[in-house]
Design a protein around this ligand. Structure first.
Ligand code: 5AD
Ligand code: SF4
Length: 471
């Protein structure tokens, strides 16, 4: 293996030996964003993308710890990497295996004990140190462990204006971490305390994205609507900005046509942000607001800090501000102590909200979280039955929502060629996948499409002639 030491500044990127990088991403959109940033910091060291792990010199698993299944997948993948690494070693080359993300943060050195194939464990806040850490692995020194929280460092070093761009829609992390401590959730432990990036840094990143042809940005944060970033430079007197202010400001950047944000908490939904849905047309009328349960008893045990009625009130205010808004959510069934009546309350709330889309999960017991030691853990078969029942209702709602758009003309951001020749695909304002016949030149543009058919997962449309905005 060639040493990728950072101590050779005179060597240009072009002159560096070519190496192959394979990153496998698990979990949420923030991990997708982080994987892109890891690619960005490694590109100047000569790393190019590999299509398969067995072709790679460096394999990074960017992991998710949110539910047990997600965490276990990492160990299965490490099992598959072991023979590949051995084969490479036998052939005289080598493979470096790194585990990044929330499993790395939560389990640290334990990973290397359980899977010695791992050379390096790196937590979400220290990706900017990857070049240095990899170099130290290659030199066979250092512990190769770095999972401390150093949030500011991470963003200073990773806000690279010339990041690699593909497509027309991009994620931008604006906030990280969570102080809510829902009793089932590992996020406050894996992503640390709630923290917001300064407005200036976000604006610089979004401007750079717009210059590369990005038309849509999705602002990411585990508690994105708690955003409170430092006001732009020179205006310190203004203190910090909320998400509504940030959205309106980003909407002024030329080329940016669509703004979305995820994930929000009902407690942090302020009037200014709700008003932004009414008065900022670039803010898309699609809103993801998890509730987790419809039972106040369970919401209390979850430490959600809101009741079912308070959640429904936020939804009502959103619908008043933006009547065509589509709502999505997250639900958990089988939380400890959940009775049939609690579950019925969840079904009731779902009927009242009428979701356009909703993720639903069986409660997964996460060691170290308060709910893990609660009594009344729900029988697996009961939880599975409830999940099936809930998902049947949610699927019905999703299909009904999609069907309700038949006959409407919606602006679609075309992003790719369709599966069939002559077909193109994109997204409606409500995040629905839309396919229609059309020329590839429309990719990257927002075009009016008449919706002619709908299924649970996609819409079919017909170009209706009016192009809304040029590339
Ligand atoms: N078990 C099941 N689902 C969970 N989620 C978070 N933690 C757990 C858990 N322990 C779900 C919540 C959250 C989404 C990202 O994942 O619904 O909103
Ligand atoms: Fe987890 Fe609750 Fe924070 Fe969401 S709000 S990340 S569910 S602790």
């Amino acid at each position: 293996m060639t040493d990728s030491s950072t101590s050779e500044p005179e060597m240009s990127a072009a002159a560096r030996p070519r190496k192959k990088l394979f990153i496998k991403t698990y979990g949420c959109q923030m991990n997708v964003y982080d994987s892109d940033r890891m690619r960005d910091v490694l590109t100047p060291l000569g790393y190019e993308p590999a299509d398969r792990p067995d072709d790679a010199d460096l394999v990074i698993l960017n992991t998710c710890h949110i539910r047990e299944k997600a965490a276990e997948k990492v160990y299965s993948e490490l099992g598959r990497l072991k023979p590949m690494k051995e084969e490479k070693a036998a052939a005289g080359s080598s493979m470096t295996v790194a585990v990044a993300g929330c499993v790395a943060q939560a389990e640290g050195a334990e990973i290397q004990r359980r899977a010695p194939v791992v050379d390096l464990v790196v937590g979400p806040q220290t990706y900017h140190k990857l070049p240095e850490l990899i170099a130290s692995v290659h030199r066979g020194r250092g512990e190769g462990l770095d999972t401390e929280f150093e949030v500011e460092d991470k963003f200073d070093a990773l806000a690279i204006p010339d990041r690699q761009i593909e497509g027309y829609s991009a994620f931008v992390t604006v906030q990280e971490g969570c102080d809510k401590f829902c009793t089932f959730c590992v996020v406050p432990y894996t992503r640390g305390a709630e923290w917001s990036r300064p407005v200036d840094q976000i604006v610089a990143e979004v401007r750079a994205l717009a210059a590369k042809g990005i038309r849509e940005v999705t602002l990411l944060g585990q508690n994105v609507n708690a955003y409170h970033g430092a006001a732009p430079g020179g205006r310190e007197a203004e203190g910090s900005w909320g998400l509504g202010q940030l959205v309106r400001h980003l909407a002024l950047i030329g080329g940016i046509e669509r703004i979305r944000f995820t994930t929000s908490h009902p407690r942090d939904m302020d009037d200014d942000l709700i008003a932004a849905f009414a008065d900022e047309p670039k803010l898309m009328p699609y809103f993801h607001l998890p509730v987790q349960s419809g039972s106040d008893r369970i919401l209390r045990a979850m430490n959600r800090k809101h009741s079912a009625a308070e959640y429904l009130d936020v939804i009502a205010r959103m619908r008043e501000a933006r009547p065509d808004i589509a709502i999505s959510g997250d639900m958990i069934v089988g939380f400890p102590g959940e009775t049939e009546a609690d579950f019925e309350a969840t079904m009731d709330l779902v009927r009242q909200v009428d979701y356009a889309a909703c993720f639903s999960f069986k409660y997964s017991r996460r060691p170290g979280t308060p709910a893990a030691s609660l009594g009344g853990q729900v029988d697996e078969a009961v939880a599975s039955q409830r999940l099936l029942q809930l998902q049947a209702l949610l699927n019905e709602q999703q299909e009904a929502f999609n069907r309700s758009t038949i006959g409407r003309t919606l602006p679609v951001l075309f992003e790719r060629k369709g599966r069939r020749d002559g077909q193109i695909g994109g997204r409606s304002p409500y995040l629905q996948a839309v396919h229609c016949d059309g020329p590839a030149e429309l990719i990257g543009q927002i075009v009016e499409v008449e919706i002619v058919a709908a299924s649970r997962n996609a819409l079919a449309g017909r170009l209706s002639g009016g192009k809304r905005s040029a590339a």
